[in-house]
Design a protein. Structure first.
Length: 373
């Protein structure tokens, strides 16, 4: 602020006093304006950090619940030779690793007490995972590759709290990172169907399931994925129908419009999508964010042997968590698909192995030319 100067020379003493008083009032007004500006900036900063903290708590709670649901499934296993045991334990490990990343990325703006609580919950999951691996008979010693990314609890109190400006910057960066996860995308080398229009795309049964599979930038396509995968990535679909046998890990859906999806997975995440009908079977609560006009229904029965990977446990298809809706009331962004409007995947029998096709109770139509992965 520029320095105010009093002009004391004035032939008329009364006028000189008035001029001096006026300049003093102007100077005080400038001081008050600067103070208000700083106060408003502080309030805005505090509000921004508070919003980030609130979003982190919600985000972490949903992710932790997904981890705990995976843990509950592992607990029911009797040995490492049980069907799907290795994939389930590996998925638990991967979820714990993601929790590490969330806390690490938010550590610069979270209160110490909240960071400590989050790290304690992660360490509990690590310990339980180690105990379950030993109980099930997995001989390989498990180690977290990214443990160093999370600050140990003993060091939290040694770290000074960030200055307000630094805290705001950290909160803003974390929010931007979390919101960028709306653009879930598979690795470039992942097998999949990309950049197709108006085609029937088939991944036949019997292919390996140890890799990821991706559907990207498809328009007006019918997709039949008859082999499972470790993770299924669905991004940028417009007016498509996708039938996929159950995926061993997670399914990530983002930027899809006017689609119908038949999906089975341990975890389902849907982001930045609208007007999508999803028939799902999932062992954990489906999570949606930045979505509208989503409708959910249970996954249809499958003929053998396609039903081999379908978890016989509870289906959480209607227990949807909406990150954009914190109230207790029903979110306006999703609803249950009425039974009278539900339909099985059409033309599925045309692409099944002969034995499975004979048992498939689905509507049939004129066969079309198919592209096979």
């Amino acid at each position: 602020m520029a320095e105010s100067r009093l002009c004391l020379y004035e032939p008329d003493p009364d006028l000189m006093i008035k001029r001096a008083q006026g300049q003093e009032r102007a100077r005080q007004s400038e001081y008050a304006a600067e103070e208000r500006k700083a106060e408003y900036a502080g309030q805005a900063a505090e509000s921004g950090v508070s919003a980030a903290i609130t979003e982190f708590e919600l985000f972490f709670a949903v992710e932790l619940r997904a981890v705990q649901e995976t843990m509950s499934q592992v607990v029911t296993l009797s040995s490492s030779k049980d069907d799907g045991a290795l994939e389930l334990v590996d998925w638990w490990r991967e979820q714990n690793s993601m929790l590490h990343g969330h806390v690490s990325g938010a550590s610069d703006f979270l209160p110490v007490s909240l960071r400590e609580k989050a790290v304690r919950r992660i360490h509990e999951q690590e310990r339980w995972l180690h105990e379950q691996r030993e109980r099930l008979g997995f001989r390989k010693v498990f180690r977290f590759k990214d443990r160093s990314r999370v600050m140990p609890t003993s060091q939290f109190h040694k770290r000074a709290e960030s200055a307000p400006a630094d805290t705001v910057a950290a909160a803003t960066a974390w929010l931007a990172h979390v919101r960028r996860t709306d653009t879930f995308q598979a690795a470039a080398g992942a097998q999949g169907f990309r950049q197709r229009t108006g085609e029937t795309l088939v991944r036949p049964a019997g292919e390996p399931i140890d890799g990821d599979f991706a559907l990207e930038s498809l328009e007006r396509c019918e997709v039949y994925l008859l082999s499972s995968s470790r993770v299924l990535w669905i991004r940028g679909l417009d007016r498509c129908t996708v039938f996929a046998v159950p995926t061993r890990g997670a399914v990530y859906v983002t930027e899809c419009t006017d689609c119908t999806l038949y999906l089975g997975a341990r975890q389902l995440r849907i982001h930045t999508s609208k007007a999508v009908d999803s028939y799902i079977h999932t062992a954990s609560h489906p999570v949606i964010e930045h979505c509208s006009r989503l409708r959910f229904a249970p996954y249809p029965p499958l003929p053998p042997p396609l039903d081999a990977d379908l978890d016989a446990g509870a289906n959480m298809w209607s227990h949807v968590d909406d990150f954009d809706w914190l109230k207790q009331q029903q979110s306006p962004n999703w609803s249950v698909l009425p039974e009278g409007e539900r339909a099985p995947p059409t033309k599925l029998a045309e692409h099944l192995p002969a034995a499975a096709a004979a048992e498939a109770l689905v509507a049939t139509g004129e066969p079309g030319e198919a592209t096979v992965a």
